[in-house]
Design a protein around this ligand. Structure first.
Ligand SMILES: [Zn+2]
Length: 465
């Protein structure tokens, strides 16, 4: 998607190419592209193009009597062709100009928008009431005040055009990386120094990108023969899994409210989310305890599920609905053993129970990550990581493997009520299928001392990766 530097590049290209030219006729090929009717666009016939301006990601065409706003959205482009040349493939609107030229608005996805205003009535603040200042127009104090009263994450705020105009995903990642600020920090958590840095790097990054003609990412070219070169300077965007250019830690990509973000966990002080998974009685909990003893924030799915059985009235009601009242013990709590017995025989009920439990655990895990986001490592023990489709919340996956013999020994020492049931339930555990997706695998087939050694290796790997 074109951001401020790309739109500025288009503006410069158009200024050189069409300023002073006259529109002879406007031809709409695909009217979905514009809210303007043919009648509206006819008004432009005979109009001279006085200038082309820009505000945020909007191009502002200034004619003698009219103003036209054009937003390129995802893939919009302007091409200046000779009138005899064949139109570009996705030409949607054609402005025939004098001097045998035509200006083509081309848009493969048709998301672009055009609006026409009478010049005498035009006021940019009325036409675009939800457009904030560009970074260039902010002073540090006002910027701090505006950001500081916001509850959302700074990455989301930078993309909000009503707060700051012109920044999209690419430049937001770059700005936060340079400012060494976590994209997950919320507006009110940022200090004046933080917002000063963000504003400084926003201006620096956009200016640099404008000088280089913007970025050419994937299919987006601002126009024919124009290739931005800023993509060669990108420090964060598109560099996931590559080493940070400052500290060598691996860059991480995650999603926040549906938008991707790439950052360095070390430079930007974002905790690495580590999921530990594996078969039943493989030693996951022992490893979690070791992390706990080293004061890392630890989340145990099993403990959370136990809490559901013990204290959660909504969960109890759902279980009664699913298993009827026989599932309750004398204290009116759901009996885990009874439930186990039923789901071993009834795979549909097992699926329905998981449909209740997995979303609750996922939400609790995400809340836990949010609460501890600035800690170096955030450890989650999630035995059914893949079954619960929770692998995307983890930056690193650690698998704990165990032999069948050791697994039974471990279950015996655990005083499990029914080892057979536990083993049957664990039969379909997808550990072996997903082992290749692990960033680190621990084989726990020896002594506790051996496990401790492996834990130290794991910790070392996670801190330095
Ligand atoms: Zn770094």
């Amino acid at each position: 998607m074109p951001e401020l530097p790309e739109v500025e590049t288009v503006r410069k290209y158009l200024s050189i190419g069409i300023k002073g030219k006259k529109i002879e006729k406007v031809n709409i090929i695909d009217k979905r592209i514009t809210s303007l009717s043919k009648l509206d666009l006819k008004l432009l016939n005979g109009q001279k193009i006085i200038d082309i301006d820009r505000k945020g990601k909007y191009l502002i065409f200034i004619f003698e009597d009219y103003i036209m706003l054009s937003h390129l959205r995802m893939e919009g482009k302007y091409y200046l062709y000779h009138e005899n040349e064949e139109n570009s493939k996705y030409a949607r609107v054609i402005f025939n100009l004098n001097e045998n030229l035509k200006l083509i608005y081309d848009d493969v996805r048709r998301f672009g928008k055009m609006q026409l205003f009478k010049k005498e009535n035009f006021d940019i603040h009325i036409a675009l009431p939800n457009l904030g200042n560009e970074p260039f127009d902010y002073d540090k104090e006002t910027f701090f005040k505006i950001i500081h009263k916001q509850k959302k994450e700074i990455k989301t705020l930078l993309l909000d055009q009503s707060i700051i105009a012109g920044i999209g995903n690419i430049y937001a990642d770059e700005i936060l990386f340079k400012a060494k600020i976590s994209p997950f920090k919320c507006g009110f958590e940022l200090s004046k120094q933080d917002t000063d840095n963000i504003l400084f790097y926003a201006i620096e990054t956009l200016n640099e990108a404008i000088l280089l003609g913007g970025s050419t990412i994937r299919s987006y070219h601002p126009s024919r023969d124009i290739n931005g070169r800023f993509q060669q300077q990108l420090l964060a965007y598109g560099r996931e899994k590559k080493p940070c250019l400052i500290c060598n830690h691996k860059m991480i990509k995650r999603f926040l409210h549906g938008r991707s973000l790439t950052y360095c966990p070390n430079c930007q002080h974002v905790g690495k989310v580590v999921a530990i998974y594996g078969k039943i009685a493989s030693g996951k909990s022992s490893i979690l305890k070791m992390f706990q003893n080293d004061n890392y924030p630890c989340f145990s799915s099993d403990d959370e599920v136990d809490k559901l059985y013990k204290n959660d009235i909504n969960f109890t009601l759902k279980c009664v609905n699913l298993f009827h009242e026989e599932c309750l013990n004398s204290n009116n709590k759901v009996s885990k053993e009874y439930v186990k017995q039923v789901i071993i025989q009834d795979s549909q009920k097992k699926k329905e129970l998981e449909g209740i439990i997995h979303p609750i655990i996922q939400k609790k895990a995400i809340d836990f990550i949010k609460k501890n986001i600035d800690k170096e490592l955030i450890i989650l023990e999630i035995p059914l990581l893949f079954e619960a489709k929770m692998e995307s919340i983890a930056d690193y996956i650690v698998g704990v493997d165990v032999s069948d013999y050791m697994q039974i020994q471990n279950l015996k020492t655990r005083n499990s009520i029914s080892i057979t049931n536990d083993l049957i339930l664990n039969k379909n555990n997808s550990f072996n299928k997903n082992i290749a997706k692990c960033d680190f695998v621990i084989e726990n087939n020896s002594t506790l001392e051996d496990l401790k050694k492996k834990y130290e290796e794991l910790k070392n790997f996670l801190i330095n990766v």
